[in-house]
Write a new protein. Structure first.
Length: 78
């Protein structure tokens, strides 16, 4: 399937068909903005602290909440 190019001549939307031999990069660098499902585009979020097997409930909740916030900011979850 050939890439049909821009979806509209009025908006900068590009359709990707998934046939790129070396993959597709969206954003290109941490400072580039990306958004999904109508949310405002945002830059890549900061690193979420890793947790260990002996992490406390508070540490786990903090890490999970940080991940949720980043997913919501991108529009990937509501």
């Amino acid at each position: 399937m050939a890439n049909p190019g821009p979806a509209s001549t009025q908006t900068p939307v590009q359709l990707f068909n998934g046939d790129a031999a070396d993959g597709i990069i969206i954003g290109g660098s941490p400072s580039k903005l990306v958004g999904f499902h109508g949310e405002a585009a945002t830059a890549q979020g900061a690193t979420v602290a890793t947790i260990t097997n002996s992490a406390s409930g508070t540490e786990i909740a903090t890490a999970v909440n940080a991940l949720i916030a980043r997913l919501q900011a991108k529009g990937l979850i509501a």
